[in-house]
Design a binder for this molecule. Structure first.
Ligand code: NAP
Ligand code: ZN
Ligand code: ZN
Length: 349
């Protein structure tokens, strides 16, 4: 089917309207009309080829909420009219040990990304949610719980699950002490989700500008990470620190903040860090870890948790043709706290 989206054709040109074909639905596929798509910092990295493996033309977008408009002959989970969501994954091998555990993001054969992947059958390059329609295998579509605001649900599909998953992995619950580095899209979801699980949350931000926001989001405090005195006072105070910083940075100031056996989990930048010092790790049995998104089962669990607790991101709605300005603002950390594209603003020619 013909559809339209916004694509970038090289790292240094703005995104622009782009017409392309979605595959005809296979038996286990559904076709969705995309209603909303969140704007993740990964979309910006991807457009600018920050990771070095972008293939152009590239259509970003992996925080997708829409409505089913057609189903393949074998689809059993969804019907036309259902509200569904798609995150960063559209396929995996579905039979390896990781997929069998519901950890498709860690598939031994490599998962298929919503954008920047290759369809396992047609080998076509995948194009993301900055578009009017998406064709996806039903197992990789999530059910949007009734009552969850559709527009604001979109960022849960990446920012939500990427922060929910490490909170679950490290057994965060009542009384856990959680730090969140960087109050952006992921960071503000980490605060809401950890607070929703009963944790005591502290935001670690570069300045005090977001102090009031941090408290309103559910944190007990904001610690200015450039204030050495305040950082020294906070030593040994955290069980888990979630690091959402999108660029190369120095984790050394944060490691002493962890208590013994504490973990700093990187969910942000992909690439080199400034040299980490081993002393806090060796002497305090502290750990550095990483975590990618989450599996399909866990993503559904997160959506249901958010519906039950009424946890939703703080969003600024934009039109599709405002995306380049939104990227510029995101680069300056000028977003409180997630842009969401209203896809009704994109007309099919
Ligand atoms: P975002 O909305 O732009 O937020 C990033 C935050 O990091 C900013 O609000 C800012 O917080 C802080 N920051 C920005 N530039 C910084 C710098 N130069 N030095 C120190 N801190 C800085 O981005 P996002 O959408 O949350 O994404 C964050 C990162 O996570 C991106 O790299 C993205 O690719 C990655 N990501 C990873 C996964 C995964 O599966 N692991 C999934 C989604 C996204 P303050 O102003 O409070 O300091
Ligand atoms: Zn993302
Ligand atoms: Zn697999």
């Amino acid at each position: 089917m013909k559809t339209i989206g916004f694509a970038c054709t090289s790292a240094d040109v703005p995104l622009a309207p782009y017409s392309f074909e979605r595959r005809a639905p296979r038996a286990d596929d559904l076709v969705m009309e995309i209603l909303y798509c969140g704007v993740c910092h990964s979309d910006l990295h991807w457009s600018k080829n920050d990771w070095g493996w972008t293939v152009y033309p590239a259509v970003p977008g992996h925080e997708i909420v829409g409505r089913v408009i057609e189903i393949g002959s074998g689809v059993t989970r969804y019907k036309v009219g259902d509200h569904v969501a798609v995150g960063c994954l559209v396929d995996s091998c579905m039979k390896c040990d990781q997929c069998s555990k519901g950890e498709e993001q860690l598939c031994r054969e490599g998962n298929t990304g919503t954008y920047g992947g290759f369809d396992r059958f047609s080998k076509d390059y995948t194009l993301g949610g900055y578009s009017k329609h998406l064709v996806v295998r039903e197992e990789f579509a999530l059910r949007v719980p009734d009552g969850l605001d559709l527009a604001r649900a979109a960022p849960l599909l990446c920012a939500g699950i990427t922060t929910y998953s490490p909170l679950k992995t490290w057994n965060i619950g009542l009384g856990s002490r959680v730090g969140v580095i960087g109050l952006g899209g992921l960071g503000h979801m980490a605060v809401k989700l950890a607070a929703g699980m009963g944790a005591e949350v502290t935001v670690l931000s570069r300045t005090a500008d977001k102090n009031d926001d941090a408290l309103a989001l559910g944190a007990k405090a904001l610690l200015v990470s450039t204030d050495e005195t305040a950082m020294a006072k906070a030593a040994n105070g955290f069980d888990l620190i979630i690091d959402t910083v999108p660029v190369k940075h120095d984790i050394n100031p944060y490691m002493p903040l962890l208590d013994i056996d504490g973990t700093l989990v990187i969910v942000g930048q992909l690439g080199l860090l400034a040299e980490p010092h081993t002393v806090p790790m060796v002497l305090g049995r502290r750990r550095i870890a990483g975590s990618p998104i989450g599996g399909i089962r866990e993503t559904q669990e997160m959506l249901d948790f958010c519906a039950e607790k009424n946890i939703l991101p703080d969003c600024e709605m934009i039109r599709m043709d405002e995306i380049n300005h939104a990227f510029e603002r995101m680069e300056k950390a000028d977003v409180r706290y997630r842009f969401v594209i209203d896809m009704a603003s994109l007309e099919v020619a």
